[in-house]
Design a protein around this ligand. Structure first.
Ligand code: UDX
Length: 439
């Protein structure tokens, strides 16, 4: 075999995992049907913005550990094939399996006449029962038998954008949904080379592995919406402060302090999509999802806290200059998928406000949505200059460098809405400082 492992789909998960595997000395083949993407990767020019990505990519290409192809049929040159294609949302929230179905059909046709035993690893996020469908699809198109000629494993991904490389190399857990001892041995051998001594593998069935991914993300989203709900209560109490609540309850080991930050709601490519998909899947099973429906409802309306404050402080927003610091759905990424900034800008434009925005790396992505209807600043100082209000939407480190005197000096009116609690009220007591979850 020419390669140890192949990846079908070089999006966030596929590419991050591929370069990390290559870094551990594994010979990797990356397949994607997008030729532009393939060309960029070949030139060690990462299509995604991720810390350490360019270095690892360059190293992998130079050392010949990562080869690229546009043809799924090439996966037969590897014995372990990871499926890392997207599973986008349909209108009703359920996931669309068309890419994974197409990829598995292409793999089946490719392996049809080859004697070798292949292991197909589903890394894409899929609802329980999908692996069984993929097995049917593979058997149908390859005329081979599961467990005899090939095996299927479910290995969901838990990496976070912004820390994808680190999360991939040092995961909290590695979930392996597997039914056969043979496949277990094959994947263990590979994972031992990659994760070395840190090998927190949880073996389970494929369907449980599929559900683990949804339960994991939905519980994290629930923690966030729960804290946003508490923040709404704290905001209505004169000396209420959601951060004090967070600190104290986070000390309870059963709760833990992570993912308890109240803010303007969660965004990104995973949480909103995965919560919706679990709701849609539960419905098929006749299970009510009141809890997750509330998680989404809170998230959808959380940004309105900003408008409650604007309404009180500025009244009519027509021609008011509003500056927005942070556009990405979270820091350390230029990803604006489902970002709260979009909802806020849309509403500000509806109210005829003048909007100026700044993000260290996501300005260009936002231009594709709002074009010339808003203005884009080249740094935070020029963004807040002469504005009537500044809203902090993403907690980039560089915004924390701004001092109260900068806001006073630069803004027309030093009115600040801290949507991510990056400043302290004490430090900003000379300004009109408002924050999520602060009474
Ligand atoms: C998430 C999961 O964490 C990851 O395990 C999975 O593989 C993909 O989805 P990601 O989308 O990269 O990762 O971002 P994450 O860091 O989880 O943040 C998601 C959203 O929640 C962001 O908008 C963030 O601002 C928000 N968030 C996070 C909060 O509002 N409060 C918190 O305490 C934590």
């Amino acid at each position: 075999m020419e390669y140890d492992v192949a990846f079908v789909g070089l999006g966030y998960v596929g590419l991050s995992t591929a370069v990390c595997f290559a870094d551990r000395g594994i010979n990797v083949l990356g397949v994607d049907i997008d030729s532009k993407k393939i060309n960029r990767i070949k030139n060690a020019d990462s299509p995604i913005h991720e810390r350490y990505m360019n270095e690892l990519l360059e190293k992998a290409i130079k050392k010949n550990r990562l080869s690229l192809s546009r043809k799924v049929a090439d996966v037969t040159k590897a014995k372990i094939i990871f499926l890392t294609v997207g599973t986008p949302s349909r209108k009703n929230g359920s996931i669309d399996l068309k890419y994974i179905e197409q990829a598995s059909k292409d793999i089946a046709i490719a392996i049809k006449d080859i004697e070798e035993y292949f292991v197909i690893v589903i890394k894409s996020t899929v609802v329980p029962g999908t692996a069984l469908k993929i097995i049917d699809n593979l058997e149908k198109h390859s005329r081979k038998k599961n467990s005899i000629h090939f095996g299927v494993i479910v290995n969901p991904e838990f990496l976070q954008e912004g820390s994808a490389i680190n999360d991939t190399l040092r995961p909290d857990k590695i979930v392996v949904g597997v039914n056969s001892e043979k496949d277990k041995k094959i994947i263990y051998k590979l994972f031992k080379k990659i994760y070395r001594k840190n090998l927190p593998i949880v073996y389970t069935t494929p369907s449980n592995a599929e559900l683990i991914k949804y339960a994991n993300n939905s519980l994290l989203a629930t923690k966030i919406s729960f804290m946003n709900y508490i923040s709404r209560i704290a905001e209505r109490i004169p000396d209420g402060d959601v951060n004090e609540i967070k600190y104290a309850i986070g000390m309870d080991k059963r709760i833990s302090e992570s993912f308890l930050n109240a803010g303007l709601g969660f965004g990104g490519s995973c949480f909103p999509k995965d919560v919706k998909a679990l709701i849609a899947f539960s419905k098929e099973l006749g299970v009510n999802s009141e809890i997750l429906q509330s998680v989404l409802a809170i998230n959808d309306t959380q940004f309105m806290s900003v408008f409650n404050i604007l309404n009180k402080e500025l009244g009519q927003l027509e021609r008011k200059r509003i500056s927005i610091l942070g556009l990405a759905f979270k820091p350390e990424t230029d990803d604006i998928r489902d970002a709260t900034s979009i909802k806020i800008i849309k509403r500000l434009l509806d109210k005829k406000a003048k909007v100026r925005v700044y993000d260290p790396i996501a300005n260009n992505n936002m231009k594709r949505i709002f074009g010339s209807s808003i203005t884009y600043a080249k740094d935070s100082e020029s963004c807040i200059r002469n504005s009537d209000c500044c809203i902090i939407v993403t907690e980039w480190k560089e915004f924390k460098m701004l001092k109260p005197k900068d806001f006073i000096r630069l803004m027309k009116r030093p009115l600040i809405i801290d949507g991510r609690r990056i400043f302290s009220k004490k430090q900003f007591n000379k300004l009109e400082y408002h924050a999520i979850g602060l009474g």
